[in-house]
Design a binder for this molecule. Structure first.
Ligand code: SF4
Length: 303
């Protein structure tokens, strides 16, 4: 799975997607992972080794670790990081704020280029209601550390929880924009079937929407106690405009180029478009050989 990051002018470079594990042991009420993969499971190191070798052979030197919660299986995460180092790839990783803060220095030393993390809310009572088990202040700390280190930051934020009002959401969106993240994903709170939030919102307020295509986190699908229909959708637009203001593209591009310069790695930028073409899906061969059943040989080699 190869994706591309694009710089201004269409300048791009390829990123290989990697899931080192699936699932999560936490129980956030809004999260569909709690229904489809409530226990984290490793993908074997042998499998990951094959994929990484394939990426590097095809000119891909950046990896996007999109586990639901990287680090939820600490010893597997350590093995994966060693494997990434062996393949000399740099990586961006999706994880919880607390895990990112706890491992920040170690992971950075081992090639972490940036982080994707759920902020969800700036309010401790709402985080508690969602069973998120994070300190509201931690997201600020993480955003600041990433910024100071010149690393990529992507945050997820949810608007429209039952206690929120249009005025409180507007204020929170201004705070969100002040974090100056590289990518900010804002969603309207949406109940997914089989989650705790589905049960809470349906029994407390009523889920009225019957059209499943509107359960896309961009529409209000339940009876909000303080926000009339259409209000959250307008706030969502307002939030995106604030987070992707005039200085956004230049700021993010500068950060990326400074990081490459500091690492004496301008070749990733210069060769990016060639590598992107080389790694386009139409050119890549299908990785079809059988997946080894045991990860033992790779573990020994890493050790
Ligand atoms: S939001 Fe993140 S931490 Fe919470 S259950 Fe989902 S994957 Fe786990």
């Amino acid at each position: 799975m190869v994706t591309r990051f694009r710089l201004p002018g269409g300048w791009s470079f390829p990123l290989g997607v990697l899931f080192s594990s699936r699932g999560c042991s936490f129980r956030c009420t809004f999260c569909q992972t709690t229904a489809f993969a409530p226990q984290p499971k490793e993908n074997s190191l042998a499998t990951l080794d094959r994929v990484l070798r394939f990426y590097v052979q095809h000119g891909i030197h950046f990896v996007l670790l999109l586990d639901e919660n990287f680090g939820n299986l600490p010893s597997h995460a350590e093995d994966v990081i060693e494997l990434l180092a062996r393949h000399k790839v740099r990586w961006l990783v999706q994880s919880r704020v607390d895990l990112l803060l706890r491992n920040f220095n170690d992971w950075r030393r081992c090639g972490m280029e940036g982080a994707l993390f759920g902020i969800e809310s700036f309010h401790q009572d709402i985080l508690k209601q969602m069973h998120k088990n994070e300190k509201a202040q931690s997201a600020f700390e993480l955003a600041e550390r990433l910024d100071r280190a010149g690393m990529y930051a992507q945050g997820y934020y949810i608007i429209g929880l039952p206690p929120e009002t249009p005025a409180s959401i507007a204020q929170d969106l201004r705070t969100l924009a002040s974090l100056k993240l590289d990518v900010t994903q804002i969603t309207i709170v949406t109940p997914h079937p089989q989650t705790e939030m589905w049960r809470e919102l349906d029994s407390g307020y009523g889920i009225f929407e019957k059209d499943w295509s509107r359960f896309d986190t961009k529409h209000l699908v339940w009876n909000h106690p303080h926000c009339a229909p259409g209000v959250l959708e307008s706030l969502l637009e307002e939030g995106f405009r604030a987070c992707y203001g005039k200085d956004w593209l230049m700021r993010t591009t500068k950060k990326f180029l400074s990081a490459r310069r500091a690492q004496k790695d301008l070749s990733s930028v210069l060769l990016g478009p060639v590598r992107s073409r080389w790694a386009s899906s139409s050119r890549l061969p299908y990785l079809a050989t059988p997946v080894p059943s045991s990860d033992q040989p790779v573990r020994s080699a890493v050790a």
